[in-house]
Design a protein around this ligand. Structure first.
Ligand SMILES: Cc1ncc(COP(=O)(O)O)c(C=O)c1O
Length: 439
């Protein structure tokens, strides 16, 4: 398909729209300006976050988001969907190609919605679910904790060993006891790689379906920096904004040789759970999936795991304990149990240094979720910054020193190391992004 210049159509509309917005709502525009500046003055090490490709942001503004059309390409419940049908087909094809899936659904409005569609669409009422315990790195949308679904769906939870792997004996005995209809692997604070074959064996014990939630590692999987769940899992879910540089949204994929077909996933999403999808987000997912198939993205994902290793080694060298003993991914979880400072206090002190990390529960955390005994760090954004390995190593050493001092009760105000870190983080944040990535 040949394209006429954007200036003739959507781009002219953006310019008019921005000009009208600036005149009509200066308060909002000022907040947007500050948000934009913050991205260039702070280093974001929140493991659940990642940089958004600027083409993704632009794709969301192309106007597809205003189309109302429930259903699927060629089978809509509203007229006028000719263009968005093609947009959705493109996104589906790119998702299937990128992950080697036998089917994809690109409509979920978020990762949580993708999981909810699977739970509500593939399970009968009363059928149990087995998933990772929340404080061991699971996620609310896996029928854990205070998620609404926990009131309606039976669930049991397995745990990770000190090495950050599932306790296989416990997993097998729970599978035999609970007889889950769905076993879920993956989570939100798992630094170690996932061995999908272990979960397949466990699922087969009970004839359960196996779902991998790869929200945190979908970029690593796409780039081959983490094994693919496709040969082992029936369904794979992910959000698209954490590690795929995409828009807020979710994605569902059918595993290879799975009894779960694309038609089943489609029905689970619509009419099972959602109405009209966000076609602006679907267009943006198509853009992100195309980028994720290229070399700039793949190199960044390999850097993400390498930098995470550098950060983990620096923390360990400073005497900071790590959940799982280290990392195989982009994610590190520092264990501050028994420390003078809580995860929340360390998060605050690092934010004041221009480094964003988040407080996180650690296994068997004695503190509540609002305080926690852990901090979770990730390298999704750092991997796209135009920085050298030496810069990352120096930054890691300084960050580790600050974390160790805060852990031991040093006041952030008196911490000389925090001042050094502030200057270093500012320098790194100002570096901009690697060639080929417009963030
Ligand atoms: C493992 C996992 N699954 C799902 C989600 C939810 O994704 P979303 O924020 O897109 O609903 C998260 C969020 O952090 C997550 O960590």
């Amino acid at each position: 398909m040949t394209a006429a210049p954007l200036e003739a159509g959507p781009a002219a509309a953006w310019q008019e729209g921005f000009a009208a917005l600036a005149a009509a709502d200066p308060t909002l525009v000022e907040l947007a300006r500050r948000q934009h500046t913050a991205r260039r003055t702070r280093l974001n090490l929140v493991a659940a976050a990642g940089p958004t490709l600027s083409e993704v942001v632009a794709a969301q503004a192309l106007g597809f988001g205003s189309v109302t059309a429930e259903g699927y390409p060629g089978r809509r419940y509203h007229p006028g969907a000719e263009q968005v049908d093609e947009v959705e087909r493109l996104a589906v094809r790119r998702a299937e190609d990128l992950f080697g899936a036998q089917g994809a659904n690109v409509q979920p409005l978020s990762g949580s919605a993708a999981n909810l569609a699977v739970l509500s669409g593939l399970l009968k009422p009363g059928e149990p679910v087995l998933s990772l315990e929340l404080s061991h790195g699971g996620h609310l949308s896996h029928v854990s904790g205070r998620a609404n679904l926990s009131r309606w769906v039976e669930s049991a939870h397995y745990h990770l060993t000190a090495a950050g792997e599932p306790d296989e004996d416990e997993l097998l005995s729970l599978v035999r006891e609970v007889r889950p209809r769905l076993l879920i692997c993956g989570g939100s604070a798992c630094p170690r790689k996932i061995d999908f074959a272990v979960f397949r064996r466990a699922a087969d014990e009970a004839g359960a379906l196996l779902m991998a939630d790869i929200s945190h590692i979908s970029g690593l999987v796409a780039a081959g920096a983490h094994a693919s769940p496709m040969p082992y899992c029936d369904v794979v879910s992910t959000s698209t904004y954490k590690q795929l540089c995409g828009p807020r949204g979710g994605l569902l994929l059918c595993g290879r040789r799975s009894p779960v077909t694309r038609a089943m996933l489609d029905r689970a999403v619509f009419p099972g759970l959602q109405g009209t999808p966000d076609f602006g987000a679907i267009a943006a997912k198509a853009v992100a999936l195309r980028f994720a198939a290229g070399p700039v993205f793949a190199e960044a994902m390999h850097r993400a795991t390498r930098y995470a290793g550098v950060l983990a080694d620096a923390l360990a060298a400073s005497g900071v304990a790590l959940v799982g003993g280290g990392t195989d991914t982009h994610l590190i979880l520092a264990d501050l149990r028994g420390a003078a400072a809580t995860g929340a206090q360390v998060e605050d002190a690092l934010r004041a240094c221009g480094v964003l990390v988040n407080k996180n529960l650690v296994p068997d955390d004695p503190r509540q979720a609002g305080e926690t005994s852990g901090i979770r760090l990730g390298t999704n954004e750092l991997a796209f910054r135009a920085v050298t390995d030496d810069q990352v190593a120096a930054f890691a050493a300084e960050l580790a020193e600050v974390v160790a001092r805060l852990r031991d009760g040093e006041s952030p105000r008196e911490c000389q190391a925090a001042r050094r870190l502030t200057a270093t983080a500012e320098g790194l944040a100002a570096e901009g992004f690697v060639a080929g990535f417009s963030g």
